[in-house]
Design a protein around this ligand. Sequence first.
Ligand code: ZN
Ligand code: CA
Length: 373
Amino acid sequence: MLSERMIQNFSNLVSIDSISRSEEKVHDYLKKKFRDLKLKVTEDNSKIKTSLGANNLIATLEGTSEKEPLFFSCHTDTVSPGEGIEVVEEDGKLFSKGDTILGADDKAGIAIIIEAIQQIQEQGIPHGKVEFVFSPGEEIGLIGSSALKMDMLTATNGYVLDSGGVVGRVTIASPTLYMYDVTISGVAAHAGIEPEKGISAISILADALQNIQIGRLDETTTANIGVIQGGESTNVVLDHMLIKGEVRSVDPQKANILIQEVSNYFRQAAKKHGGSVTIEIKRMATGFHINDDENVMKTFLKSAKNLGLEVVREVSGGGSDANSFNEKGKKAVNLSIGYEKIHTTDEYIPVEEMKKAVQLVIEIIKNSPNKME
Ligand code: ZN
Ligand code: CA
């Protein structure tokens, strides 16, 4: 039975330890696997730059018909505890023995891809060129996919198979996230004897906060100040403060404007009081938003409909390799493949969901539009 073959492939994959930065063995396994399936296997040389255990790996299924190329993506690393994983099947669900994660995040995606390729080949299903991308280092900050040169891919549209919940859910958006540290510097002075010689960091902060917005700013935009540190004594004009905050928005433009505003308001307030600020801004993630009328979604929606799947569009709070692809000009959504309770020893995946995901991958490949003349 085909699901047995898929479960076997999945068990083989999770039995190869691949905690982030130690992905080499699973990449070796995949190279052999895809060569055996007669795919063309290539890799970049990003390992030198990323210090991960492996390069990005691309397995290409050459097209048998004139359809637009597509790509699919999975990550090959797992979180801890992820060594010595053994799969246990119970009530149609796959679990670990309980002392490790299962690693369905994201090896279920890889097993689904392998099964889909095998079924396409066995059934002689016509298909365009399909590129399967395997990236290390996702769990520690999308490091592998961030280093991938997108000109290694022919396809513009792709599907990341790395989201939890039932098949049919699709992550269409993810926020751009900025984190910032502001150090406010004033001048200390005795608060009782000569306060006029001091410049209070508190006053600068209070002024800045007249203008800085926090909380929910619109449906997909939020801002927060989460850390305020400073001061030791009530009789000293407070001269140093550290403020830590963030802004996030699914609209990258909005996030950019907001973070600019935050720094301007701190600077203006410091200037007004004669103090100074240093502001350190880190862009932690670059978000994306894919609309229903974009080809990558059109193909997904048509495929889901053909299979009778209930489509649920989601906005993710965190990042995935889809962020990297979208940031660099590709169009990618992240599809749910059925896993639950990831990053815990209770992680599991129902076999039925995996089978649905295989059918979804095949259907998407079937429904890729014909190449424009
Ligand atoms: Zn994952
Ligand atoms: Ca994960």
